[in-house]
Ligand binder design. Structure first.
Ligand code: ACO
Length: 431
């Protein structure tokens, strides 16, 4: 963080003295005004619900330019990573700051792919859930439970523990997500196969059965890997901020990541892919493409409470670059599976076409986000809608852990403790 020559001055209309505030520059993106001493100097807090103008940390991991529609992991554009790297290269990059050379790559792949099995007791824990439990409820429990299974990597102040926990989480999340799925559908769990790729192994654990060999389809494997890359990190979003805040108390990494899973579940965040597909299915039931106009009128009516799911983003005020890549993958997967005429895909395209031309969306800079197409891809692959957010959680685990580890290694790290503007009753006595 570099101090800028520029300084901010805060003045008050009540005659209190002005306060000079330092300004810091990052490598790219907006400067930040340092208000850490504001309360000590003025007795006042700043007010920013939803963190609309507040940088909660400094970070060197991910950069988003929402106006340009640009996403960089450690400086590399998401489009190049999606073309030239696989998910585990991306994990290495996010965790360590650089892309791996050949021996580093081989070692890292081996390390992750050799730790995919979970403690056998985990399946008994899973059995405590109802079969129809939402996979995100199950996953929140399973990830939190990891802290009860891996006692030797739960000291978040120990860098070695943090590294071991990172590998355990990345290696075992696909196994846990697939177990949550198999439990729900009443099929036997499939043990991981370490000779398969990260995405291939996940597909086999999801869709294979002990009754026959499962052959990984390379187009679907690449599509799943791309879903993982595109969801791997997204700077200080709600779930990542949750992980940082939760971890800031010194809790163990598995508990902090479980908090991230819980936050991701919400429909305004990771749950949007599920909500988006449910929306498309609802419109389809109403009459499909012919009813798009009617549906759009509801979306634009503030009193209806209906939103176009998969559209809009707090940061992107342009096309989400991940949505473009996901649309490409969507075309490939549908072609591979002979589903080019899929009515939901046609419906999604029509909604997108109308929204991109409609004044309501244009004025508010509402563009498709990654969830708009990821649901269609996952549905085509055979992933049940209820599991979409679980797959997002699997992919985002590396981002959460990279951000948590960055925070713990930051000498300026403090427990997160926002303040408030109190609007309740002043002190009063019980009658
Ligand atoms: N459909 C219709 N109108 C919308 C939508 C939408 N999807 N998104 C925003 N708007 C409108 C709002 O009504 C508001 O209009 P107004 O200015 O007339 O009051 C304006 O656009 C700004 O919206 P806010 O809710 O203030 O924007 P915010 O940045 O708080 O919300 C969010 C961002 C939550 C993503 C929102 O766009 C949304 O609900 N989208 C649908 C859910 C979704 O797809 N979420 C996925 C996010 S990406 C991810 O997590 C991977």
């Amino acid at each position: 963080m570099k101090l800028s020559d520029n300084k901010a001055k805060l003045s008050f209309s009540n005659g209190s003295p002005d306060v000079d505030l330092p300004v810091y520059q990052g490598t790219i993106g907006p400067d930040v005004i340092d208000i850490r001493k504001l309360y000590a100097q003025t007795g006042q807090f700043t007010y920013d619900p939803g963190f609309m103008s507040t940088a909660s940390c400094q970070s060197a991991i991910t950069y988003i330019d929402g106006d340009k529609g640009e996403l960089l992991y450690r400086g590399y554009p998401i489009e190049q990573l999606a073309e030239k790297c696989d998910y585990l290269d991306t994990c290495y990059l996010l965790l360590k700051g650089e892309l791996p050379n050949k021996p580093q790559r081989d070692d890292f792949h081996q390390l992750v792919l050799k730790h995919t099995m979970v403690n056998e007791q985990m399946q008994f824990f899973l059995r405590g859930f109802r079969r129809d439990a939402h996979p995100m409820a199950v996953l929140t429990g399973l990830v939190g439970a990891m802290s009860a299974f891996y006692h030797d990597s739960i000291d978040v102040h120990n860098a070695e523990h943090r590294d071991i926990a990172a590998i355990r989480l990345i290696s075992k999340m696909p196994t846990l997500v697939a177990m949550a799925h198999k439990y729900g559908v009443g099929q036997p769990y499939m043990y991981p196969r370490n000779e398969l790729s990260y995405a291939g192994n996940f597909l086999r654990m999801m869709f294979g059965t002990p009754c026959e060999d499962y052959k990984v389809n390379p187009v679907l494997e690449r599509a799943m890997d791309r879903i993982f890359i595109l969801h791997a990190d997204h700077e200080q979003n709600a779930s990542t901020s949750t992980v940082r805040l939760c971890g800031s108390s010194g809790t163990n990494p598995f508990a902090a990541i479980a908090a991230g899973v819980a936050c991701l579940w919400g429909p305004a965040h990771g749950g949007a892919n599920e909500a988006c597909l449910n929306m498309l299915e609802d419109i389809q039931k109403m009459g499909g493409v012919a009813k798009v106009g009617e549906f759009m009128e509801k979306v634009k009516d503030k009193n209806s409470g209906v939103r176009l799911m998969g559209f809009g983003h707090r940061v992107y005020k342009n096309y989400d670059p991940r949505a473009k890549l996901m649309q490409e993958t969507c075309n490939e997967v549908l072609a591979e599976l002979g589903l080019e005429k899929d009515p939901l895909f046609a419906l999604a395209k029509e909604l997108e076409r109308i929204a991109l031309e409609d004044d309501y969306f244009v004025q508010r800079k509402l563009y498709p986000n990654v969830d708009f197409y990821s649901g269609i891809v996952q549905r085509a692959i055979g992933v049940p809608v209820k599991l979409f957010t679980g797959i997002f959680a699997l992919a985002r685990t590396v981002g959460w852990i990279a951000q948590l580890n960055e925070m713990m290694a930051d000498p300026e790290y403090k427990i997160g403790r926002p303040r408030q503007l109190y609007t309740g009753s002043p002190r009063r006595d019980v009658p």
